[in-house]
Design a protein around this ligand. Structure first.
Ligand SMILES: O=C[C@H](O)COP(=O)(O)O
Length: 292
């Protein structure tokens, strides 16, 4: 951790967030930015009651999105439970849409490493090309950083070229310094993205965690030249919130990060709101669209 000393203050975080909120207010009517946000969505369904048929219907909606709403781009990825990896693989017509699955004992991560690896391997074999895992939060809080990192690295080791997103479950971490340390460990041991939350625990994504994680991503880039992506997830349902994350990414990491290779929004409800917002800006009147 010596290479990446934590030096953020609460004041810095608060001021950065306030600046992002101010800027976000001016971007609400910018349909190009709302479209970019839509293109950064990891469209998520992580319900206990999801079935293959549900996910097939969900995939079909994504396939048919351009016919229904030609004014929005495609989402970045779909994100589902691992058992539905084959449904994404066989159903998604656009190969550019990521096939993301949560894995490795999601959402608690409380299982054996060989099970985590096997689950991940199986999901990849069945067509997933993005894997979202939760770091072992309990071990992290005990200070067992090497254990946490090596687990991430071992899972990454079975993934081939697939992208790894490591979820910090930032709402469970008491201090900004913990969020920083978890970010650095995840990046050092193989994360392609760091992600705030599972969406299964409160608080989920927060601007405070985002500020710290993005600052860690920037510090990591300055030291190593590697660009790690950022994914806030959990509880993000409005353009207003998504825009604040967009502004934080821009403010801290810069415009290079403002695309779906380095910025994702994990969300189950945001897409409908953004479609409605963009339609309003296109047509001049408001209609709530519930497509997904
Ligand atoms: O990874 C994505 C989250 O689970 C989505 O959470 P959400 O349902 O609150 O949008």
């Amino acid at each position: 951790m010596d290479k990446f000393p934590f030096s953020l203050t609460d004041k810095q975080i608060e001021e950065g967030i306030n600046a992002a909120k101010q800027e976000a207010l001016h971007l609400k009517a910018n349909k190009d930015i709302l479209k970019l946000l839509f293109n950064c969505i990891d469209l998520t369904s992580l319900n206990t009651e999801d079935s293959s048929d549900d996910i097939r219907d969900f995939v079909e909606k994504v396939n048919e999105l351009p016919q229904h709403f030609d004014f929005v781009p495609q989402v970045a990825a779909m994100c589902v439970y691992p058992v539905f990896a084959p449904v994404l693989k066989s159903g998604l017509k656009d190969a550019n849409i990521g096939r993301a699955v949560v894995s490795a004992g999601f959402p608690s991560s409380q299982t054996f490493l060989d099970v985590k690896k096997m689950e991940t391997q199986r999901a990849i074999d069945f067509g997933a090309n993005e894997i979202d895992i939760v770091m072992s939060v309990g071990e992290f809080m005990e200070g067992n950083y090497e254990f946490v990192g090596e687990e991430i690295n071992a899972i990454k080791g079975v993934m081939g070229d697939a992208h790894l997103k490591v979820i910090l479950e930032s709402g469970t971490l008491p201090k900004a310094e913990d969020v920083w340390t978890a970010s650095v460990i995840s990046m050092e041991y193989g994360a392609d993205f760091i992600k705030t939350s599972t969406g299964k625990q409160q608080p989920a994504a927060t601007f405070e965690a985002a500020y710290t994680m993005l600052t860690a991503i920037k510090a990591y880039f300055e030291k190593t030249g590697k660009k790690i992506g950022f994914k806030p997830a959990g509880g993000i349902s409005t353009a207003d919130d998504a825009l604040v994350y967009y502004c934080l990414v821009k403010q801290i990491c810069g415009t290079d990060w403002l695309n779906n290779h380095l910025f994702r929004l994990g969300a189950s409800r945001l897409a409908n709101h953004l479609i409605s917002d963009i339609a309003e800006l296109e047509n001049g009147f408001r209609k709530e669209i519930k497509y997904f």
